[in-house]
Design a protein. Structure first.
Length: 391
């Protein structure tokens, strides 16, 4: 399904306000991230330079205890070796490079603008609370989760100069430090309602626990090509959707009914974006020098294996059918997110922003499916897919 030019023109006339709001909040999001990126580098540097090796080890251990990712532990010896290499290259270079590598994620671009639009339209979110919430929960915690994910999946992007072993140690320790920074800022949220403050922290730790549990399931099945659709739903809902649901479910507002709407909508929105990302994996990205690959685990791979098990043997036809079924899964997420955000009050100030945002990312989903369906990467993926289906 492609988006016709006439549809875009109609949308512009129908929701010019939404387009203007999208422009406004995306501009604010870029500025917010620019400031917080610098702050994150500064805070990270401060902790790394002012903490003893034993204190950093305890920080790593605390992160492992909260997430159960024993693979992320850093020993005192590891930290000692890391500090040696930092002296060689210089702290300013190493730390800023790490933050830049660790925050190369599209997740930030689909959290900050919607979060600003939601918080400002609610009208009762104190400016300082909004900043602490969005920085702590909307940026630091997702970044820590993303870095953790890259370590567990053996997908840490290599540094051109720093030895890989030490660069990996920095990622493990860095995730723990950014996680700590996130919690520190979250604890600064004071709504004036102790019950609400406690509820926000409770929802946060509930989300952290769920994401950690589902990330572990994802880690356990990464060497197994086949994951049932039921298990995939569980992984996507916990590992991907829960992160964004936690961000919006902890909005420091007393309008809990609207917060619940945002929590529900954000969950499905993240699911739709993950399906779009899966298509991007199948297409590849020359800008990021990413070759086409079969995302594992993914609905595409599971559907492909199910088709193979049913007796089908034409790899091209299997890819076409599996892609269509994956798109249908994405459409289900889209319907759910639209239904959720339809619950926002009609006069909600930034509702047009969300309508345009949902339209745009659904357009991205459909266009990536259309691009994959052209078949340009079929020959590249064929041998990889056949091997996975036969194993």
């Amino acid at each position: 399904m492609s988006i016709k030019k006439s549809h875009i023109i109609r949308l512009l006339f129908k929701s010019r306000k939404g387009m203007m709001q999208a422009k406004e909040y995306n501009k604010k999001a870029k500025e917010f991230w620019k400031n917080k990126n610098e702050e994150l580098v500064d805070e990270f540097t401060e902790i790394m330079e002012s903490s003893s090796e034993l204190e950093l080890f305890k920080m790593s251990k605390d992160f492992v205890n909260k997430t159960s990712f024993t693979q992320m532990i850093c020993s005192v010896s590891d930290i000692h070796d890391l500090r040696k290499i930092i002296k060689v290259f210089g702290k300013d270079v190493v730390y800023s490079d790490f933050i830049n590598y660790g925050t190369r994620t599209g997740f930030l671009t689909v959290v900050i603008a919607p979060a600003l639009a939601a918080a400002e339209a609610l009208g009762d979110v104190d400016e300082s609370n909004m900043e602490e919430w969005l920085y702590g929960i909307g940026i630091c915690l997702p970044v820590a989760a993303d870095i953790c994910d890259s370590v567990l999946d053996d997908e840490v992007m290599r540094h051109p100069l720093i030895p890989y072993r030490l660069w990996l140690i920095l990622h493990k320790l860095g995730a723990a430090i950014i996680f700590r920074i996130g919690l520190n800022h979250t604890r600064n949220i004071k709504t004036g309602d102790k019950k609400l403050d406690k509820k926000i922290m409770g929802r946060l730790f509930e989300g952290i626990k769920k994401v950690s549990q589902k990330q572990m399931i994802d880690y356990e099945v990464k060497d197994s090509h086949y994951v049932t659709v039921k298990k995939l739903d569980e992984i996507y809902d916990g590992k991907v959707c829960e992160i964004e649901a936690t961000v919006f479910g902890t909005l420091p507002s007393k309008k809990t009914d609207i917060v619940k709407t945002f929590e529900e909508g954000a969950r499905y929105f993240a699911g739709e974006l993950q399906i779009a990302d899966d298509f991007e994996d199948l297409i590849g990205d020359s800008n990021l020098q990413k070759l086409p690959e079969i995302p594992n685990p993914s609905f595409f791979l599971t559907y492909s294996i199910d088709l193979w098990k049913s007796g089908k043997r034409d790899a091209k036809k299997i890819m076409i059918e599996a892609a269509k079924k994956t798109l249908e899964r994405g459409k289900e997420y889209h319907k759910d997110v639209v239904d959720a955000f339809d619950k926002l009050p009609k006069k909600f100030k930034t509702k047009p922003f969300f309508e345009v945002t949902l339209w745009y990312y659904n357009k991205v989903l459909n266009e990536r499916f259309k691009e994959f369906s052209k078949g340009k990467t079929y020959s590249t993926l064929r041998s990889q897919l056949l091997q996975m289906m036969k194993s």
